[in-house]
Design a protein around this ligand. Structure first.
Ligand code: E4P
Length: 217
């Protein structure tokens, strides 16, 4: 399973990239707003930190303007994945962009039928939003399961990029279901390494080691 981080905070991205665990980055207009810097500047900086796909989202809603924005965004770096919304115009843009060899992430997916259309439009990634479905008392993980089955039924190569992840359990369940990628907020991603028994065990080992009076170096 690949790990992307869902943020436009370049300090966080640098930190996580240094661990060697990071396969890519996703951003969206809300995350760019939080970063409080010009989008193209932020995206360019992120692409210099991370070799894997960096999703940059169009803000136009009609096909022609999406294509014009995509041209500007894709010129930033070779590892840009153009993020388009799951609308008919977005799917049309997806088809045109992927036909020209551009990576595309179709975002704001909330149903299996939407994911089916994105795969037919040649999407590189489909982003089903788990947390936002859970927020309205639906089951986001059910959606990941349905998409996995549909893509496997037909051999679609579109990667399932589980998004709107809120917890470590979301990550584990996505991995069990077989999502190809999880895009995870920095705090949740770092939290995956933590376990109270790891902390307790380490503390005990270090205390015993100190009693030996030895040093490895
Ligand atoms: C995905 O690409 C989105 O940026 C993101 O996962 C949305 O998450 P949210 O529902 O926590 O805003």
């Amino acid at each position: 399973m690949k790990f992307f981080v869902d943020t436009a905070d370049t300090a966080e991205i640098r930190d996580l990239a240094d661990t060697g665990l990071l396969d890519g980055v996703t951003t969206n207009p809300s995350l760019i707003m939080k970063a409080g810097r010009p989008m193209l500047e932020v995206i360019k900086e992120i692409c210099a930190i991370v070799d894997g796909p960096v999703s940059a989202e169009v803000t136009a809603t009609d096909f022609a303007d999406m294509m014009a924005e995509a041209e500007i965004l894709s010129a930033v770096a070779d590892n840009i994945a153009i993020k388009v919304p799951l609308t008919l115009d977005g799917l049309k843009a997806c088809r045109h962009l992927t036909d020209n060899g551009q990576m595309v992430n179709v975002t704001l997916c909330f149903s299996a039928n939407q994911a089916l259309l994105a795969a037919k439009a040649g999407a590189t990634f489909i982003s089903p939003f788990i947390g936002r479905l859970d927020d309205i008392n639906l089951d986001g993980l059910d959606l990941i399961r349905e998409i996995r089955q549909i893509y496997d039924n037909y051999g679609f190569e579109t990667e399932i990029l589980a998004a709107s992840i809120r917890s470590a359990n979301h990550v584990k369940d996505c991995a069990l279901i077989g999502a190809d990628v999880a895009t995870v907020p920095p705090a949740v991603l770092k939290g995956l390494a933590r376990h109270p028994l790891t902390d307790k065990g380490l503390e005990a080992f270090l205390a015993d080691w100190a009693k030996t009076g030895q040093s490895i170096r």
